[in-house]
Design a protein around this ligand. Structure first.
Ligand code: NAD
Length: 254
């Protein structure tokens, strides 16, 4: 029996089969969950990728900047499952001007987009799913360690720092509904989101060397396993937490 047997899970953020969300959806199904996906923009691509999962999963449209999409999400998900036990936020975006070393010159409009899509949406998604989580459940988001300033990550780093704070406030406010809220801080992975960061290679070159456990830049499974574990019944008293799945880099100085 899998650790998500009988659980109903909403997974956002599948774009390609390299997406962290793809690995989460696949593992969740393998562990016994019923999975519903949401996709942004290129829905036919997401539907094609969804066919590579072990079982078919419906794909619903969700642009986290679109209020109508958020307002109707619970009803649309409710056509496929009668409730949700887990929600995965695997969404991030920043305009090019907000990344790659342009920190001092990025306009507020571009910063605002990065924050709305990458930070505020953690709250928007959780709240949109509340009508389906009457019996409690777990919300998990994908983070990149925001405790320090990194090369090239720039305003996305600020957005992730906000996400880490948002995680704690959501944990505070949803605990009484028996909803746990946690983040998985993954090391660098070669996904579409990562490829769009100018200078991402700096992370690729240094991370595997720095990590006490080593680090495989193309293996999304360790991060996905942590997401699945956090949605299981094996973390019943953990909320507002950040679990680092980075080969150990966060613990090492120098
Ligand atoms: N790749 C890495 O190195 C890495 C490391 C740590 C954390 N993360 C985080 O993991 C999460 C998933 O990213 P990924 O690396 O799998 O890349 P990805 O490109 O596969 O996924 C990013 C997803 O965000 C979605 N998205 C963008 N704008 C959206 C919007 N307005 N509404 C809804 N969805 C939108 C995209 O459609 C895509 O599915 C992100 O939060 C990212 O910051 C990535």
């Amino acid at each position: 029996m899998g650790i998500l047997e009988g659980k109903r899970i909403l997974v956002t953020g599948v774009l390609t089969d390299a997406s962290i969300a793809f690995s989460v959806a696949k593992l969740a199904q393998e562990e016994g969950a019923t999975v519903v996906l949401t996709g942004f923009g290129r829905l036919s691509l997401v539907e094609r990728i969804a066919k590579r999962l072990p079982s078919p999963a419906p794909v619903l449209e969700l642009d986290v900047q679109n209020t109508e999409h958020l307002d109707t999400l619970a009803a649309r998900v409710g056509e496929h499952v009668d409730g949700l036990d887990g929600v995965v936020h695997s969404i991030g975006f920043a305009p090019q001007s907000a990344l790659g070393g342009n920190f001092l010159n990025t306009s507020w409009d571009d910063v605002a987009t990065a924050l709305q899509v990458s930070t505020y949406s953690f709250k928007s998604l959780a709240v949109a799913c509340l009508p389906l989580m009457k019996e409690g459940g777990a919300v998990v988001g994908l983070d990149f360690d925001a405790s320090k300033a990194w090369p090239v990550y720039d305003w996305m780093g600020v957005a992730k720092a906000g996400l880490e704070s948002c995680n704690r406030y959501l944990a505070r406010d949803l605990g009484k509904q028996n909803i746990r809220v946690n983040l998985v801080a993954a090391g660098p992975l070669r996904t579409m989101a990562a490829k769009s960061i100018p200078g991402f290679k700096e992370f690729e070159d240094s991370w595997p060397e720095k990590a006490p456990l080593g680090w495989d830049l193309s293996d999304t499974v360790p991060a996905a396993r942590a997401c699945v574990a956090l949605m299981s019944d094996w973390f019943p008293a953990t909320t507002g937490e950040i679990v680092h799945v980075d080969g150990g880099v966060h613990a090492i100085g120098g």
